[in-house]
Write a protein that binds this ligand. Structure first.
Ligand SMILES: [Fe+2]
Length: 230
């Protein structure tokens, strides 16, 4: 589990200018991580940050994710783990992006920099859709990502399972692992997505995935990616 707490972020009051602006700007509750959250992220490569935004922002994400689902497509680029057909879990995840998510993406860049201590910039942000089941094959994120923020935009999915013990393995090695029926894909570190906040993950370093299970309603996870510009 993440071991996160309400002290993981520093509370800031929205400015009057922000309140007069967009739903996202008015609804951001915390923009700086606490020293404890920074230390945990830098030592473990992941941390959960609760309560970063108001329910209005959560509602805006849910509305946008639901409205854009009919336009979602399978991305042409992305992580590809070679997995034997018999062990393939879940369908290809379709994705879509929208202006609310884009604004949140840019707004949280300063938090990502403070958390990581690195000059990272937004690369891409998408909703990933799980209409029937929530399986994600064991993978590493793409080269376009150093850090990813994950939040449930719509519905509910199971915990993401991290496999820090598999760091350093290639996609082919991860595919061999995922293809082995003796391997327990649920045996890693489970990370639940915080309410109105994010799980922060070094997704290009720590292999991660999720065993498939049915979802009762259309579910979507927003993934906000950041990378070094250099
Ligand atoms: Fe990923």
């Amino acid at each position: 589990m993440t071991g996160r707490s309400a002290t993981d972020v520093v509370v800031e009051q929205p400015t009057s200018a922000a309140v007069e602006g967009s739903t996202v700007q008015a609804g951001i509750r915390r923009r700086r991580p606490s020293p404890g959250a920074r230390a945990r992220f830098r030592s473990r490569g992941h941390v959960g940050l609760d309560d970063l935004w108001t329910g209005a922002v959560g509602d805006a994400l849910a509305e946008e994710a639901g409205r854009l689902f009919p336009t979602a497509v399978v991305p042409s680029a992305g992580p590809r783990t070679p997995v034997a057909a018999l062990r393939r879990i879940g369908a290809a995840t379709r994705v879509a992006g929208g202006p609310v998510l884009e604004e949140l993406h840019g707004t949280l860049a300063s938090l990502v920099r403070a958390l990581s201590g690195r000059m990272l910039v937004p690369s891409f942000a998408v909703y990933g859709y799980f209409p029937e089941e929530d399986g994600v094959v064991l993978h590493l994120d793409t080269d376009a990502t150093d850090i990813v923020l994950l939040t449930t935009a719509l519905g509910e999915v199971g915990p993401l399972i991290l496999h820090p013990d598999l760091q350093g393995q290639t996609p082919r090695q991860l595919g061999d692992r995922e293809s082995d029926p003796r391997w327990d894909s649920g045996g890693g570190v489970p990370l639940s997505y915080p309410s109105l906040g994010v799980t922060v993950l070094r997704g290009a370093q720590i292999p991660h995935g999720r065993p498939s299970r049915p979802v009762p309603t259309l579910s979507a996870v927003a993934a906000l990616h950041y990378r070094s510009p250099y």
